[in-house]
Design a protein around this ligand. Structure first.
Ligand SMILES: Cc1cc2nc3c(=O)[nH]c(=O)nc-3n(C[C@H](O)[C@H](O)[C@H](O)COP(=O)(O)OP(=O)(O)OC[C@H]3O[C@@H](n4cnc5c(N)ncnc54)[C@H](O)[C@@H]3O)c2cc1C
Length: 456
């Protein structure tokens, strides 16, 4: 099969990460092809902040497909969750709307299954079932693929079943913890209910088939079973891999992974659609920087370090979530899952030894990833470039040369407000780069607290 010249950038997959990345790259003027076959027929829940991100990306059809939010019920680790709201997402409709948004943005859509990709002479060749396409950059957004994971959470599986209910007139979701896992019930206000039960892949009742397994889940979940009283199941039960994973693979120039294909979260503690949309901003900047400057190293390093950092933070919070529930319900599932998250940390995430220092590292500056001088500390191992818009390394240079802590004078030099200078200096002081022990002395910042704000 001869390779057809495709767009400059080919994106594999057609979920939220793929489409947001494709639209972001189109806005920056790149030619983009998206090759995907939608396959998700589940229902999921998203919060208001995900809707806000969809609008930010200009994904109007996807945002419209969500309908109205409903109450989120249930309790977690002894705490009542009532008062929160959640949208019930019909992924088949949502994913189709995403593709409509991509097409409206000028992305070339190829409805085909990707078989793989390989290096050609100065390009990448993507092979699909029906064609092969040459391009300069490949972005793999094909979702959760735990085969080559660098780190994995506990091995989890979600078993799901659709139900038809007579009385479910409201949009509503409900979460319930049980000794062998947890379940989530969503009703869409139009008579459809969706049950999702997450447990260990080794759960004994899975051996007797998905239907019997769900029967044993409902027997242990009285509130969910009561909400489903009188409902009839529709279609067959389906199983979804639900293991969290970090699949960093940034060793080849011109290939990026994004969304779940890079970091997939535990559905209990992570909001996967939100994270997929957020990570698209980094992927857009990475691909744009690589296409503009042709430099791979800094871009790959930024993407890899951000993914590892995200994995570290999310697996820490997952460990906490599971520990809290284990405190209430100390069954093997909760105790072992909490321990598995505690064990899957990256040992070197905070391995920044010695004094705070200034190093050249890649930073995200708008739509570009570029090398800049940043302050590296044990708390910020990826480095902090700016606080309140002030370049910290430049500020340190200035303080060193000018021997002043006069906030007004520094503000004039940096063309910013004295308040911003005070924040930046307070940040430096708090991290040991300025203060009693340092030759610059203590600045008079009127007790203004550091905002701690920095750019990625
Ligand atoms: C059980 C479970 C419950 C979840 N619940 C929630 C929830 O309530 N809220 C939430 O925000 N997130 C939830 N998630 C996470 C959410 O589904 C993902 O994080 C999110 O969809 C990631 O987006 P993505 O674009 O990276 O990948 P995906 O949405 O998985 O998109 C990948 C796309 O690529 C396509 N594709 C795959 N292989 C190929 C191929 N070879 N060729 C062509 N196309 C291909 C797929 O069909 C799919 O359309 C849940 C996940 C699981 C497993």
């Amino acid at each position: 099969m001869a390779g057809a010249r495709g767009a400059e950038i080919t994106i594999l997959g057609s979920g939220p990460a793929a489409v947001a990345t494709a639209c972001g790259l189109r806005r920056l003027g790149h030619e983009v092809s998206l090759i995907g076959v939608p396959g998700n027929t589940a229902f999921e829940g998203v919060s208001e902040r995900t809707l806000a991100l969809l609008h930010q990306w200009g994904l109007a059809a996807a945002a419209d497909s969500l309908g109205g939010a409903g109450e989120r019920l249930g309790s977690w680790a002894g705490r009542d969750l009532a008062g929160n709201r959640e949208y019930v997402v019909d992924r088949a409709h949502f994913d189709a709307a995403l593709v409509t948004d991509a097409a409206s943005s000028g992305v070339t859509i190829v409805s085909d299954r990707v078989i793989g990709y390989a290096r050609g002479a100065g390009h990448w060749r993507v092979r699909t079932r029906h064609a092969s396409i040459d391009c300069r950059v490949v972005i793999d957004a094909r979702g959760r693929r735990v085969r080559r994971a660098l780190r994995k959470g506990p091995d989890l599986i979600a078993v799901c079943q659709r139900f038809r209910t007579r009385h479910a007139a409201k949009v509503l979701t409900r979460i319930e913890a049980l000794p062998q896992g947890w379940c989530w019930l969503a009703t869409n206000g139009r008579g459809m209910s969706w049950l999702q039960a997450v447990c260990s892949r080794n759960e004994r009742s899975l051996r007797f088939g998905l239907e019997r397994h769900l029967g044993s889940i409902l027997a242990a979940a009285p509130q969910t079973a009561a909400a489903l009283a009188g409902a009839t199941s529709e279609g067959v039960a389906l199983a979804r891999a639900a293991t969290a994973s970090l699949s960093v693979r940034q060793d080849v120039g011109g290939v990026f992974c994004t969304g779940d294909a890079l970091v997939a979260f535990d559905p209990l503690s992570g909001q996967g659609i939100y994270e997929a949309l957020r990570s698209a901003a980094v992927t857009v900047a990475a691909a744009h920087s690589y296409c503009s400057a042709g430099e791979w190293g800094p871009v790959a390093r930024f993407v890899r370090e951000r993914a590892c950092d995200l994995w570290g933070r999310r697996s820490e919070s997952a460990a906490l979530f599971y520990e809290q529930q284990a405190g209430q319900m100390p069954s093997a599932f909760w105790v072992r899952s909490a321990a598995a998250y505690a064990d899957c940390q990256l040992a070197d995430r905070f391995a920044v030894a010695g004094e705070p220092r200034i190093e050249r590292r890649p930073v995200l500056d708008g739509s570009l990833i570029e090398l800049r001088r940043v302050v590296v500390t044990a708390q910020s191992p990826r480095g902090v470039w700016q606080v309140d818009g002030i370049d910290l390394a430049e500020l340190v240079d200035f303080l060193r040369a000018a021997h002043t802590t006069d906030v007004e004078r520094i503000a004039l030099r940096f063309s910013c407000s004295p308040k911003a200078v005070a924040h930046a200096m307070q940040w430096l002081r708090a991290h040991g780069l300025l203060g009693a022990g340092c030759k610059y002395g203590a600045g008079s910042d009127g007790g203004v607290k550091s905002s701690g704000s920095s750019r990625e």
